[in-house]
Design a protein around this ligand. Structure first.
Ligand code: CP3
Length: 353
């Protein structure tokens, strides 16, 4: 179609599905699709110095964002960054150590909270917005660009624990010991995260995902207070400024609380983790929103029949409504890139070998 000689901008398939359409072939992208399983990523990463320098160098961040799109032709690119640039931009010390993951200068009291510096928060993230402009300039109109942030609870678990942990004990203990003090950290994170997502949208992303990767360890009262309420408030703020931009929520491992999360936060799409039964996703979640997920990242490592069978089951269960093919959690470094190419082929070919 033409409009006074100019091509009319196409709406990417991913955005159509986020807005409730059912696609004959579902769009596909993978959480953590840029990363160490790709040799071209490892090369750029080795030349960048630190991981944070890679995140904050717009040309390099744009390059690694585009690598998986060139290789696999996914329907969406996700901005290359990390959820922990938010504490970094608040002045908390953050480092990514080889083989150890993120290490932060932990705190679990009001004195630590008082040391955070909110002034200049968005200015410190300017390289991220610059990277978004560069990526958007390189992507075709039919490939969506996804922005993201960590949800307040998940980001807080790193800020308070100082590193990843299997049980997020440090943050859970602060929240039990001093509900009001911990609530002030969560409120701060709600405000800056909403500002950060709005600024990403203004720089050119077409949808945003909120990663609540550690939502699964909270009892239901705490889940409502530290997961649902903060996510809901971020969605409200983003929608107030950008009513037409769809939001994806990912309350990983929330089990039966997924439904309450979806109805209360009013996200447009719900990211489903690996453990959610397909019938539950289809019957309880998909009637209310687009659904995204939920292939086991380990099935992608295994490949072969295990991969083919599961992809077929997922497509059969979820393809009848608004559905985005994804993993149930991030891709892992051992994943053979050939299996990713095979996955894209399976999804686009309807799952038949
Ligand atoms: O999806 C993408 O391709 C975009 C980039 C992206 C990264 N991290 C890059 C990254 C995204 C969306 C994230 C999100 C993120 N970061 C989450 C939420 C999603 C999830 O997986 O649960 C969390 C909890 C983090 C925090 C984080 N960053 C951890 C725990 C680690 C260490 C573990 C690991 O995989 O090494 C990181 C580092 C990180 N973030 C890497 C990448 C590519 C690897 C570091 C490297 O390349 O040196």
């Amino acid at each position: 179609m033409h409009n006074g000689g100019r091509a009319v901008k196409k709406t990417p398939l991913l955005v159509k599905v986020l807005n409730g359409e059912t696609a004959s072939t579902p769009p596909i992208w993978l959480m953590r699709q840029a990363g160490r399983y790709l040799e071209e990523y490892r090369k750029v990463r080795a030349g960048a110095g630190s991981f944070l320098q890679l995140c904050y160098t717009p040309k390099l961040a744009a390059e690694v964002t585009l690598q998986p799109i060139r290789r696999f032709g996914f329907d969406a690119a996700i901005l290359f960054s990390d959820i922990l640039v938010v504490p970094d931009a608040l002045g908390q010390e953050v480092a990514f150590r080889e083989g150890e993951g993120p290490v932060l200068a932990a705190f679990d009291d009001e004195a630590g909270l008082a040391r955070l510096d909110r002034n200049g928060f968005l200015e410190r993230l300017a390289p991220v917005f610059e990277a978004i402009g560069l990526i958007r300039g390189e992507l075709g109109d039919d490939t969506a660009l996804i922005g993201f942030c960590g949800a307040p609870w998940t980001v807080a678990t790193y800020m308070v624990g100082g590193r990843g942990s299997p049980d997020q004990a440090a943050a859970r203990l602060w929240a039990y010991r001093d509900r009001q003090g911990f609530a002030r950290l969560i409120e701060l994170l709600v405000e800056v995260s909403a500002d950060y997502l709005c600024a990403q949208i203004e720089a050119g992303v077409q949808t945003v995902q909120i990663f609540d990767s550690w939502a699964g360890n909270l009892p239901d009262r705490e889940f409502r207070q530290w997961c649902i309420e903060p996510n809901k408030e971020i969605v409200r703020r983003v929608k107030l400024a950008h009513p037409d931009v769809p939001v994806i929520g990912f309350p990983r491992a929330a089990g039966p609380l997924y439904k309450a999360y979806l109805t209360e936060t009013r996200v447009d799409c719900i990211g489903c983790d690996t453990s959610l039964p397909l019938a539950f996703i289809r019957d309880e979640l998909q009637p209310m929103a687009a659904v995204q997920g939920n292939l086991d990242p380990l099935a992608l490592i295994a490949g072969g029949a295990a991969l083919e069978d599961r992809v077929g089951e997922i497509l059969q269960a979820l393809q009848g409504g608004p559905f985005i093919f994804n993993l149930g959690h991030g891709i892992v470094p051992q994943t053979p890139p050939d299996n990713v190419a095979r996955l894209v082929e399976l999804v686009r070919g309807g799952g038949k070998g």
